[in-house]
Design a protein around this ligand. Sequence first.
Ligand code: AMP
Length: 171
Amino acid sequence: MNLESYIRDIPDFPKPGIAFKDITPLLADKDGFKAAIDMLAEPFRNVGITKVLGAEARGFILGGALAYTLGSGFVPARKPGKLPFDTTKAAYSLEYGVDTLEMHTDAVVPGDIVLVIDDVLATGGTAAAKAELVTGSGATVAGFAFLLELDFLNGREKLGDHQIVSLIHVA
Ligand code: AMP
């Protein structure tokens, strides 16, 4: 299956100079979505994942499906002020801005083995912030899974020596 054919490039969104990778055609296709989730899960099936961590909004869609197929829990990371209980925070810089992610303080606990999911690995700041939320809770990062990696931004250099799975590479 050619997953790349389901991903649409939107030039100059949300800012001039950014080629936005729109994954909604992939999500809308029953075969494409299933294949993508199965391929993201495969390398992590036998490593004892207890939780998948994903950030709004696309990380919720992919992360929920991934957690279901891995038989793990799902933990949402959200923009500031969205989560109702006590939170821990991690700041990060984006390809197009700066922001903070929050996670409930009791969502990840020591002993958890956590898979971090997102649709796109760009500069790596967001994924590194999620990893910080995990390790700051005393849990272990099992690895990172992405639909698509923008290789030219070298985001994986921010992610240490963890296993990184990207289904599509953009040179
Ligand atoms: P970064 O922290 O730079 O790795 O950015 C990753 C986050 O920003 C992910 O949540 C992506 O969904 C989003 N993102 C960054 N660049 C793009 C892009 N070119 N197309 C789509 N999403 C992007």
